[in-house]
Design a protein around this ligand. Structure first.
Ligand code: XIL
Length: 354
């Protein structure tokens, strides 16, 4: 029996499951936007072929949700489990997508074995070893790395406030500069990012957090650390206004220092929004519009990622579910991969990919 010919499109998506890279597909209705991408997990890609199709249709970049975090990557002190992140990179490279890295250092989600770190020397050795090994493994293949994720506490009473974590408990806040220098030495061409959330809204908590992020950026620049961009996560709260003036002034100041500004994890928390889908989608799109207007006021964005693409796969189902148990709608495509007003807004702030 002769084997059935496999179509080019089937081959590209099949490559996700097998881990092989494939040539880009000429999918119908390609609407790829330059600089627009989405966070994705390997499990979701493998479970749902429409996800790969939608990524190919709209995106030019991906970022792994989990696969590069310490937990999945470091099952033990001696092991680096690169297979799953490598499979995502193969998917990206096989489909003419870029990939960014998230993240090298985060206070949250450390594997249990890190509890056995007991001295400053040991902490420094493990932190440097991790960053060197991971950044070297992907050297030259990623666009950017979130080197330090979420270094500012939720309540930052003064601009000097920094979040406590395992690394700061042994090394003090110098762990941040150390992380940037180590990443740069391991992959000199990748763009290095400090990534933070809850700096986009009106209110003292957001304003103070933004002031602390600003101070951290200036401290790093004053120290000559290799910092290239500030990532605004933009997990927006649906019912809290965006601080348009505060955000655009912040972005203008960062750009004035020669830094790039990325939107790295955009979605809208719809926990407290009306249940009716059309009303909810309109509010979600308006929040996105407000933040993108503010962020692009000084200069257009060249990196904009949403934390997922379709409402079918969103962290909110687990982390921020609605009290009425109706599914969350935080993302640009609905659960059936149809575009919502959110996607039209993204399309207004990005250009068609060449
Ligand atoms: C989240 C994932 O989406 C969840 O599935 C996981 O349980 C916890 O992490 N800010 C970040 C991301 O920088 O890494 C987080 O991702 C969401 C908030």
């Amino acid at each position: 029996m002769t084997p059935m010919p496999i179509s080019r499109r089937q081959f590209v998506y099949a490559a996700v499951a097998t881990g092989f890279a494939a040539a880009a597909s000429a999918a119908p209705l390609v609407r790829r936007r330059k600089g627009y991408g989405a966070a994705v997990t390997l499990d979701d890609l493998q479970a749902e072929p429409r996800l790969a199709q939608a990524i190919n249709q709209y995106c030019t970049e991906i970022v792994p949700v989990y696969e590069l975090k310490w937990g999945p990557l470091r099952p033990s002190r001696d092991a680096f489990a690169f297979e799953r992140a490598d499979a995502l990179l193969a998917f990206a490279e096989g489909n003419r997508l870029k990939m960014r890295g998230h993240n090298l250092v985060w206070y949250y989600g450390l594997p249990d074995w890190t509890k056995d770190i007991h001295s400053a020397a040991e902490a420094e050795r493990e932190l440097v070893h991790h960053i060197e090994t991971v950044a070297s493994h992907y050297r030259g293949r990623l666009t950017s790395w979130d080197v330090v994720n979420e270094p500012i506490p939720d309540w930052a009473p003064t601009p000097e406030a920094r979040r406590d974590c395992l690394w700061s408990s042994f090394l003090g806040q110098r762990y941040i500069e150390l992380a940037f220098r180590t990443a740069h030495a391991a992959d000199p061409d990748v763009r290095l990012v400090v990534n933070e959330y809850d700096v986009e809204h009106v209110g003292p908590r957001f304003e103070k957090k933004r002031a602390a992020l600003r101070r951290l950026v200036f401290d790093l620049l004053d120290a000559g650390a290799p910092l290239h961009a500030v990532g605004l996560q933009c997990h927006l709260r649906g019912a809290t206004p965006i601080d348009r003036d505060g955000v655009s002034a912040f972005v203008a100041e960062m750009r004035g220092e020669g830094l790039d500004v990325y939107v790295t994890e955009l979605d809208v928390i719809d926990q407290d929004l009306p249940a009716a889908p059309a009303a909810r989608d309109a509010i979600v799109a308006a929040q996105v519009e407000a933040v993108l207007e503010a962020v692009t006021a000084p200069a257009p964005l060249d990196t904009l990622l949403t934390w997922g693409l379709s409402d079918r796969f969103t962290w909110m189902t687990q982390t921020l579910p609605r009290a009425d148990h109706i599914p969350n709608r935080p993302l640009p495509l609905d659960a059936d991969f149809q575009p919502k007003p959110f996607m039209a807004t993204i399309e207004r702030f990005t250009r068609a990919a060449a």
